[in-house]
Design a protein around this ligand. Structure first.
Ligand code: SAM
Length: 247
């Protein structure tokens, strides 16, 4: 997968050299390209913002550098068209389902807003040439789109073939479409079996895979009910067995 990120703070993306994503980049599984938006400014101060039309506080990112940046970044592609992701608190909420969907894309471009956001005409103009989506990572406001982009890039890249050591682990994670639809994962344990007097649930030591699976499902349902009651109502009734309903 190719990922282009346009930002006024390329240094924000240093973490993409680390851990599993760093390894995946070095292995050629993900091709991340960082672009400094200021490269497409021509005044002495490399200005990327201006005052908002209609008045009000704050500044808005100017359309010209963004238009040129997107033209340049998406040009050298032999007819391929990327999907443009615009992180914004006013976007659609980003979920694991979106991560799975975006992991199927060959090429993503992220446009990191700052200040009060990017002039709205940039998205309209880009949509003439490529699919565009506005994504929010949660109901709170960050200073810029860099952290939101890191969140989406990490959630998507770990689903790409070869990035995780054990592909099965992603399928069992919280919210995974199919197995963990609208469910969070229950508690997990490792050795020793007793630590500071706290015992690991005996079923996990039983070697009985059916019983372990059942316990995990029960715990996932309990934890979802406790921490995310909003999700319980969204569980598909056809996917619930008799025991699920008792939990
Ligand atoms: N004025 C905007 C509003 O009220 O919706 C907030 C702008 S915010 C200070 C600056 C930039 O941070 C946004 O353009 C976006 O790129 C990013 N951002 C902030 N919160 C975000 C969130 N929850 N999800 C995704 N991106 C976010």
């Amino acid at each position: 997968m190719r990922i282009d990120i346009i930002t006024i703070f390329p240094d924000y993306f240093a973490p993409l050299d680390l851990s599993l994503i760093g390894k995946a980049r070095r292995a050629g599984l993900i091709d991340v390209r960082l672009h400094d938006l200021r490269r497409w400014t021509y005044d002495r101060h490399h200005t990327v913002d201006d005052t908002p039309y209609g008045g009000g506080p704050g500044m808005v990112m100017k359309p010209e550098p963004w238009g040129e940046a997107l033209d340049a970044v998406t040009a050298d592609a032999d007819g391929a068209v990327p999907r443009l992701i615009l992180p914004t608190p006013s976007g659609r909420p980003f979920t694991q389902r979106d991560a799975v969907r975006l992991a199927e894309e060959p090429w993503l471009v992220f446009a990191c807003g700052r200040y009060e956001g990017i002039d709205a005409r940039v998205a309209v103009d880009a949509a003439r040439r490529m699919p565009v989506e506005e994504i929010s990572i949660g109901d709170y406001v960050l200073n810029g789109g860099e952290v939101a982009t890191l969140v989406v890039v990490e959630a998507v890249s770990r689903l790409l073939p070869g990035v995780l050591g054990n592909a099965e682990s992603a399928a069992q994670d919280s919210f995974s479409p199919g197995t963990m639809d609208h469910l969070v994962e229950g508690p997990v344990y490792t050795k020793p079996a007793v630590w500071r007097g706290h015992e690991v649930p005996p079923v996990l030591l039983s070697g009985h895979h059916g019983a372990v699976d059942r316990w995990r499902r029960d715990e996932a349902l309990r934890k979802t009910a406790r921490n995310r009651p909003d999700l319980i109502d969204r569980l598909d009734p056809d996917q619930l067995d008799k025991r699920d309903r008792e939990v």
